[in-house]
Design a protein around this ligand. Structure first.
Ligand SMILES: Nc1ncnc2c1ncn2[C@@H]1O[C@H](COP(=O)(O)OP(=O)(O)OP(=O)(O)O)[C@@H](O)[C@H]1O
Ligand SMILES: [Mg+2]
Length: 356
């Protein structure tokens, strides 16, 4: 949006939140740059919504400080923080028409002169493709349309920071993918707005985010670009949470690792010789047939997934997953097969890194 947009940027400085003696957010240190989309990804109960509410001002940190646009807002009430927020249940006012829902924040916060409100509302509805629905009531809209109105309402105040808490989780898969494209477009139109996007859907995180912060049990476990976390995860938790992974228990030798009775050639610089470690190989990087780092095993399960087959191959008592291009001839259960992967496609994860 043009003119008057406060610059975004969010900083959590050692922010802790405690509910009834339980620390549900533990010393969070995280910076979202102006204009950046940061996804907060993590399992249920890991503290994602709590982190968002700390930015919004709905929860008071027990320790630490929150900054928006470089300003310490820790003691400011929510309506003075210049944020727009969208939650999973759109929370539109049922008795108000779409336009009044969108105008609500502007009126309540007395942010703009009365004469400007209609223009702001029209602008926000335009951006979300809802201009034609201004006179409708929420009950006359589909779920996806209601969510657009909720986003329009958040945008109407021209926030420097947009907080989205699982905004698409109530929508069906097809609508969700369409809204993802819309959100990406919106972000291009609002290049200065920082977006903190809570999700436990890794596709959303990988698609939208400039960086992903991975949360687990009240703590930040990892943070990086989607590519970094996917290609070079630093922890087992990240490897298993961002994308699908084979996590094979191995013992480290000089320049190789042994997996069961098989020696695999992978870079081992990060882990001491003799240590136990985990080898992470993405299923789509495992090939069927002979090749480097060959693993022999028996087919335990075959799943057809349209363009690919997912094979589960039992190797030394472990199920190794391989996603291969759709096979003309499907192997039978119990068939002996060979899998392989390129050394550079494997990541060795030492025990204990980033855990605990
Ligand atoms: N108002 C509250 N009072 C007490 N405990 C709370 C409150 N809100 C959240 N919690 C607890 O804090 C922890 C973190 O909750 P939070 O809502 O941040 O998780 P989340 O990562 O958003 O999970 P989900 O993916 O299920 O939405 C949970 O254990 C939850 O039970
Ligand atoms: Mg939540």
């Amino acid at each position: 949006m043009t003119g008057g947009t406060p610059t975004g940027g969010i900083r959590f400085d050692e922010v802790s939140v405690v509910y009834g003696g339980n620390t549900v957010l533990d010393s969070l240190d995280l910076t979202v740059e102006p204009g950046e989309v940061m996804a907060l990804l993590g399992p249920s109960g890991s503290g994602k919504t709590t982190a968002l509410r700390a930015v919004a001002g709905f929860v008071r940190p027990a320790a630490g400080r929150v900054f928006i646009g470089g300003r310490d807002v820790t003691a400011l009430p929510p309506h003075r923080r210049g944020i727009g927020m969208v939650v999973q249940q759109y929370a539109l006012f049922p008795h108000m028409r779409v336009a009044d829902n969108v105008a609500f924040g502007l009126k309540a916060q007395k942010l703009v002169a009365k004469g400007e409100i209609a223009g702001r509302v029209a602008e926000a509805l335009e951006m979300t493709g809802m201009a034609a629905y201004a006179r409708r009531y929420p009950r006359e809209l589909s779920g996806g349309q209601q969510q657009r109105v909720a986003i329009a309402r958040a945008l109407a105040i021209r926030p420097g920071v947009l907080l989205l808490d699982e905004p698409l989780s109530a929508l069906d898969a097809q609508l969700r993918s369409g809204m993802l494209t819309e959100l990406a477009r919106l972000h291009r139109e609002l290049p200065d707005v920082s977006i903190l996007y809570v999700t436990h859907d890794q596709v959303e995180a990988l698609t939208l985010a400039d960086r992903i912060a991975v949360m687990d049990r009240a703590r930040l476990r990892d943070c990086g670009t989607p590519q970094e976390l996917y290609r070079r995860p630093r922890t087992e938790f990240t490897a298993s949470f961002v994308g699908n992974a084979n996590l094979l228990p191995v013992r480290v030798g000089p320049g190789y690792v042994s997996f069961g009775g098989t020696a695999l050639s992978v870079a081992t610089d990060s882990v001491a010789v003799g240590a136990s470690a985990t080898l992470c190989v993405r299923p789509h990087l495992v090939g069927l047939g002979d090749g480097p780092n060959a693993l022999r095993g028996r087919i335990a399960e075959v799943q057809w997934r349209g363009s690919t087959h997912r094979l589960y191959v039992e190797v030394d008592g472990h199920a190794v997953k391989a996603d291969v291009r759709e096979l003309r001839e499907t192997p039978a259960l119990g068939d002996e097969v060979t899998l392989h992967f390129a050394s550079e496609d494997a990541v060795l994860l030492g025990a204990g890194v980033g855990d605990g």
